[in-house]
Design a protein around this ligand. Structure first.
Ligand SMILES: Nc1ncnc2c1ncn2[C@@H]1O[C@H](COP(=O)(O)OP(=O)(O)OP(=O)(O)O)[C@@H](O)[C@H]1O
Length: 597
């Protein structure tokens, strides 16, 4: 997970090399201070003012050179960590938003709280990996330089320290072994708790109507309880560990001094050497005791890595086009061109056991067919139910299709297959590529942004204010811009509101139609897109869509009034059965073109 940033970006390579150079320099500064400190105390203990003043001067010089090195070393580390986080988060987001992965991850339900993994786990991964790497590098350099110092003072001290550090590491790992698992759970429980609160915010009105505060409060409280319970276990495990680590750290203060004290008492070494040996001992011990000192952060870090790896694996699993590429690598350009659904030519190699979506530019201009279902069987993703069996249907251009059937019969699911969101089943669906195909989902969606962006979503194409206002007028929302702009339509287009909670459901549906008119697709797929509108508004919407040149629409709906805007009816009868009726044939045989046969 770390390597791609440093191997594939120039910026990463340069920043990394700078940090390594500064790390080496910083270690040099530590060693220099150890010698300056030694001579300083020796001058003090030998009561030599001249040497003492000279040492003060040397100390000032060391300070002047050493301080910038230390400061820039820290700054550069933070900077690298920030740049790396930006790169990695952007890359993860690219992967998450490509080929409908975010939808698959959400539907798949295999990983919890992807938001936390992208925002928090990537951040701690980059920050702590860097710290860990630098600590390892510094430890090795420190170990080499201070070992030489210590060995020159007393070889046995050098061996004692290794034994002490080994004992500390093994004991800490044993005492703290539960912390890794507990921290993994902690991250999940904190994210679950936060998510429950976000859901209350998003569904405030529904909860308020149901007066569901007590139930919601209970659920949030229960999740808080799980956080508290797990945190309680974490701090107990930390407490047990700290009995050991605290004693371990205190012992360091006297251990090296007591080993060299006899030499000092015998007058063999001056006081400066005692302080230098203490400092060298501390350096080496902290190098060897990385696991003891960082155990808590390490266990939290490993929990974060576990969650991130699990998430990235799921992202890769959901993205059919990234088979065989690295965990953070984008799909190979040639592979993507060969398999993309919007390449314009024949795409996707047909596969057994899944619905093949064939997006073909030529069908957009085909006079005989704009949408084709060829032997299409649709199953639910868990393969528990077959919703449609062996559907064969050709929809000619300008021949609008209405899909009807009981609730749960599989109408929206069939549209999901047309969109490419579901592939469970068999057969082939052929339709124009995404640019010529526009979907209005059952639940209207209002993105974050101003009114203008609501209309232009998702492409944010260039359009003048007049064009946007004209489109709003066509969907009977002429007054909306001036209403939100307090009388000024142009200001209204620039106004940002929480649209999902401000507009009525019917207004949101009309806004979705405005988007459709703006995008002028060849084929529009409308999933109960007028369910919140009165019959008159529904008529206005369908008439406006019908005026888009060359458009064919496919609707799902229950209302009888919809039938008159369509020419073909596909009835899903449940358990896979289906039936097709065409207006021309019904009228020819003297029947009435209506909702019921
Ligand atoms: N992810 C899923 N996994 C398993 N079953 C699912 C999933 N999503 C939907 N279903 C089931 O598939 C069936 C068809 O759902 P679909 O949304 O297509 O119905 P519909 O005909 O559009 O119904 P309605 O008219 O009520 O909107 C339903 O029984 C639904 O519970």
């Amino acid at each position: 997970m770390s390597l791609p940033y440093f191997t594939s970006t120039r910026q990463g390579k340069i920043a990394f090399a700078t940090v390594i150079a500064l790390t080496l320099l910083n270690s040099g500064v530590s060693v220099a201070f150890s010698y300056v400190g030694r001579d300083f105390y020796s001058a003090l203990s030998s009561k030599d003012p001249e040497q003492f003043n000279e040492m003060l001067l040397k100390f000032s010089a060391a300070l002047t050179l050493g301080v910038p090195v230390s400061v820039f070393y820290r700054y550069q580390r933070e900077k690298l960590s920030l740049e790396w986080r930006e790169w990695m988060t952007t890359r993860v987001l690219d992967l998450y938003f490509s080929n409908g992965v975010y939808y698959g991850v959400e539907r798949g339900g295999m990983v919890d709280n992807p938001d936390q993994r992208i925002a928090e786990d990537v951040k701690s991964f980059t920050a702590f990996s860097l710290t860990l790497f630098i600590t390892a590098v510094t430890s090795v350099i420190d170990l080499a330089s201070f070992s030489a110092i210590l060995y020159s003072i007393k070889p046995s001290l050098f061996l004692d320290i290794f034994a002490y550090a080994l004992f500390g590491t093994v004991s800490t790992s044993y005492i703290g072994r539960r912390l890794g698992g507990l921290n993994f759970e902690q991250l999940k429980k904190e994210a679950d708790f936060r998510y429950a609160l976000v859901r209350v915010r998003e569904n405030a009105e529904g909860i308020a109507f149901y007066e569901g505060e007590d139930t919601e409060g209970g659920e949030v409280g229960e999740r808080l309880g799980r956080v508290v319970e797990n945190t309680g276990d974490v701090i107990k495990a930390q407490r047990n560990l700290e009995f050991f680590t605290t004693a371990y750290r205190y012992l360091i203060q006297v251990l090296p001094v007591s080993v060299v004290a006899p030499l000092f008492f015998a007058g063999t070494i001056p006081l400066g050497v005692v302080t230098q040996s203490t400092s060298a001992f501390n350096h080496i011990l902290s190098d060897l005791s990385v696991i003891v000192n960082q155990f808590e952060s390490l266990s939290l870090f490993s929990a974060g890595i576990g969650r991130l790896k699990e998430f990235l694996d799921e992202v890769q699993r959901q993205d059919g086009e990234r088979d065989g590429v690295g965990i953070l690598q984008l799909a190979n350009a040639t592979t993507a061109a060969a398999t993309t659904t919007d390449a314009g030519g024949k795409s996707h190699q047909p596969q057994q056991g899944r619905i093949n979506l064939h997006t073909d530019q030529s069908i957009a201009n085909d006079p005989t067919s704009i949408l084709e279902f060829s032997n299409v069987t649709v199953s639910t993703p868990d393969l528990q139910r077959t919703l449609v069996t062996s559907l064969d249907l050709v929809v000619p251009p300008l021949s609008h299709l209405l899909i009807v059937g009981n609730s749960g019969a599989g109408k929206s699911s069939l549209l999901r297959c047309v969109a490419g969101l579901w592939t469970s089943g068999d057969g082939t669906i052929t339709r124009p590529p995404n640019g010529d195909c526009f979907f209005l989902p059952q639940k209207p969606y209002c993105p974050l942004g101003n009114l203008r962006e609501q209309v232009l979503y998702p492409s944010f194409t260039n359009a003048t204010d007049e064009e946007v206002l004209d489109i709003l007028a066509k969907v009977d929302l002429k007054s909306l811009a001036s209403r939100v702009g307090k009388g000024d339509e142009h200001l209204g287009l620039q106004t940002t509101l929480d649209w999902s909670n401000t507009l009525s459901l019917g207004e949101q549906q009309r806004l979705s139609f405005a988007r459709l008119l703006m995008n002028k697709p060849k084929i529009a797929i409308l999933d109960e897109a007028t369910s919140a509108l009165d019959v008159n508004s529904e008529k206005i919407m369908y008439e406006a869509v019908g005026k888009v040149p060359g458009i064919t629409y496919v609707s799902v709906g229950h209302r009888p009034s919809l039938v008159e805007y369509h020419d073909v009816k596909l009835r899903l009868m449940g358990e896979g059965d289906w039936q097709v009726e065409r207006r021309g044939e019904v009228e020819k045989s003297g029947g009435t073109w209506g909702m019921n046969p």
